[in-house]
Design a protein around this ligand. Structure first.
Ligand SMILES: *[C@@H]1O[C@H](CO)[C@@H](O)[C@H](O)[C@H]1NC(C)=O
Ligand SMILES: *[C@@H]1O[C@H](CO)[C@@H](O)[C@H](O)[C@H]1NC(C)=O
Ligand SMILES: *[C@@H]1O[C@H](CO)[C@@H](O)[C@H](O)[C@H]1NC(C)=O
Ligand SMILES: *[C@@H]1O[C@H](CO)[C@@H](O)[C@H](O)[C@H]1NC(C)=O
Ligand SMILES: *[C@@H]1O[C@H](CO)[C@@H](O)[C@H](O)[C@H]1NC(C)=O
Ligand SMILES: *[C@@H]1O[C@H](CO)[C@@H](O)[C@H](O)[C@H]1NC(C)=O
Ligand SMILES: *[C@@H]1O[C@H](CO)[C@@H](O)[C@H](O)[C@H]1NC(C)=O
Ligand SMILES: *[C@@H]1O[C@H](CO)[C@@H](O)[C@H](O)[C@H]1NC(C)=O
Ligand SMILES: *[C@@H]1O[C@H](CO)[C@@H](O)[C@H](O)[C@H]1NC(C)=O
Ligand SMILES: *[C@@H]1O[C@H](CO)[C@@H](O)[C@H](O)[C@H]1NC(C)=O
Length: 442
């Protein structure tokens, strides 16, 4: 316990966090390192997009559909024509409210636009059945509740084998209470901007209602449109596992209700824009598996709620950002397979909620494991192989009760006398990293 006390008092002189609270455009935190204050200086602006301008907002009038047949008849096999025809054939058309007609028309248009006639039977379920409420057409098209019959959630998943070529029709904006759209693992071959983010997302009331978009596991191509920043009531955005390229637009910083932002496993090539630091609600930021480069914006320290930061498998090439040490809610910090360099920051010792820390395969990391890291009392997994670390595992780390895996290169990093270590080839296939399992002295 003596060593723990020591490391805590050392810690105090290294890192003091001060959160100022947002004042004007100044960011909200400072990092104090050995008595030297670094304030976050960059002004956080979010590009030139504005969130308040609704001047171009239009409604999609239901009249356009029901009173102007030439609109719907323009193309006899178009999804909107098929939906229009379906609605006209409805046996109880005259008793339906306008809202209900709009919802049904939009949902059937969506069905045809997403190649519903090619879905497997489970997915098709009872779609288009006049005798069943559209709420109950499929267990996946969810209504807020069965009494009011409003559709809130469009959901399609795991149709990968077919390779859908659907598009998201503008008409979905006519579903009065739509909140969430999830089309995942469908192998959807489409352009993100042109096919999957129609203008009606931005120019109707849907813009304010939409909370979640999940397009993970498709084959979406193109860049992330800058105007996506206008969808600023979204709580979660997920484009994981697609083929998006180009930069992370700074306008993402306008989406300040985001709790979860995931764009892992794409082909993004840029730095992380400073504006990301505007997303003060963010709990999950997952950008792994891209070609992101450069350094991490210092202002990211403003993301005080961040619990999961996944930046592994990119091309980041700065020193390990000290500022991560202020993200005290972090549970998972994954930085492996990059070109981070320099020494391990003692400043991480404030991350007392951290469970998983991975820095392996950053060959430019040098030095020793800081004794202050014994303060990481929630750690279960620490991976430091594939670096140039040397020296002895700090005694203080043997006192971390929760630790299961401490991975280092056993040729270079020794076990302290007070710990028990087992050095062995890791059981993980396809890696030659040696593992040191550290346990406490009896
Ligand atoms: C940092 O910001 C605080 C609060 O705004 C201010 O009092 C202090 O003078 C600043 N320090 C430096 C070095 O800019
Ligand atoms: C921040 O913005 C304010 C007001 O827009 C400006 O006066 C100041 O110079 C900016 N500071 C920096 C560091 O860009
Ligand atoms: C904002 O507008 C200015 C002037 O039109 C332009 O130079 C700048 O690149 C724009 N910034 C962004 C982030 O679009
Ligand atoms: C949907 O099905 C459930 C269970 O069969 C039923 O209770 C509910 O009334 C149906 N909803 C509508 C809107 O018909
Ligand atoms: C279900 O719908 C009814 C009727 O619109 C509404 O009064 C009730 O609050 C809704 N319940 C929920 C949980 O949304
Ligand atoms: C949906 O909710 C609105 C109020 O938001 C209500 O007027 C309408 O009747 C509900 N039902 C349908 C099927 O749209
Ligand atoms: C999005 O879809 C994926 C794949 O189905 C799922 O794992 C994830 O939990 C979904 N939700 C969010 C918010 O990302
Ligand atoms: C990081 O990589 C980028 C792109 O390859 C390069 O332009 C930049 O100079 C590198 N920075 C450092 C510090 O090596
Ligand atoms: C692991 O080591 C073996 C023997 O030294 C070598 O043949 C193999 O290629 C290595 N595998 C990896 C993934 O580095
Ligand atoms: C471990 O370190 C030794 C000595 O520096 C080196 O030869 C070996 O390649 C390292 N192993 C790994 C998996 O990095």
């Amino acid at each position: 316990m003596g060593s723990m006390k020591l490391s805590r008092s050392i810690l105090r002189t290294f890192v003091i966090l001060q959160f100022w609270g947002a004042s004007g455009q100044q960011t909200a935190f400072s990092l104090i390192e050995n008595g030297v204050v670094t304030n976050s200086t960059a002004n956080i602006t979010a590009g030139n997009a504005t969130t308040t301008d609704n001047s171009d907002e239009i409604d999609v009038p239901i009249d356009l559909v029901l009173d102007l047949p030439e609109y719907a008849l323009e193309d006899l096999i178009s999804p909107r024509f098929l939906a229009y025809q379906w609605l006209l054939d409805h046996p109880r058309l005259s008793s339906l409210t306008e809202d209900r007609k709009a919802q049904m028309y939009a949902l059937v248009t969506w069905y045809y636009s997403m190649q519903g006639d090619k879905w497997d039977e489970t997915a098709q379920a009872s779609f288009l059945n006049y005798d069943i409420s559209e709420c109950n057409w499929s267990t996946e098209v969810l209504c807020r509740n069965v009494t009011d019959g409003n559709i809130t959630y469009l959901y399609l998943s795991d149709l990968e084998t077919r390779g859908l070529e659907g598009i998201m029709p503008a008409e979905v904006a006519m579903i009065p209470e739509l909140r969430s759209i999830s089309i995942t693992n469908c192998g959807l071959d489409a352009q993100l901007e042109e096919d999957m983010l129609p203008l009606s997302f931005y120019r109707t009331g849907l813009r304010r209602r939409l909370r979640n978009i999940n397009y993970s596991g498709n084959r979406l191509e193109g860049t992330i449109p800058t105007r996506i920043g206008r969808l600023n009531n979204l709580n979660s955005l997920n484009f994981d596992g697609n083929s998006l390229d180009g930069p992370l637009p700074s306008e993402l910083g306008l989406m300040d209700d985001l709790v979860s932002l995931r764009i892992e496993s794409n082909r993004l090539t840029s730095t992380i824009p400073t504006e990301i630091a505007n997303l003060m609600e963010l709990e999950v930021l997952a950008l792994e598996g891209n070609r992101l480069t450069g350094s991490i914006p210092f202002d990211i320290g403003a993301l005080a709620n961040l619990e999961e930061l996944q930046l592994q498998n990119n091309r980041f090439n700065s020193t390990i950002p000290l500022v991560f040490g202020v993200l005290i809610q972090l549970k998972k910090l994954r930085l492996e397979d990059n070109q981070f360099s320099g020494t391990l920051p003692a400043q991480f010792s404030g991350l007392t909620n951290l469970e998983e820390l991975n820095l392996e395969n950053n060959p430019g990391i040098v030095g020793t494991i800081p004794p202050q890291w014994g303060n990481l009392q929630s750690l279960t997994e620490l991976r430091l192989g594939g670096t140039q670390l040397v020296g002895v595992i700090p005694r203080s780390m043997c006192q971390i009760l929760s630790i299961n895996i401490l991975e280092v290169n056993c040729s270079n990093v020794e076990c302290p006398a007070v710990c028990t270590c087992q050095c062995q080839q890791a059981v993980v296939p396809n890696t030659n990293t040696t593992t040191s399992s550290v346990s406490r002295t009896p």
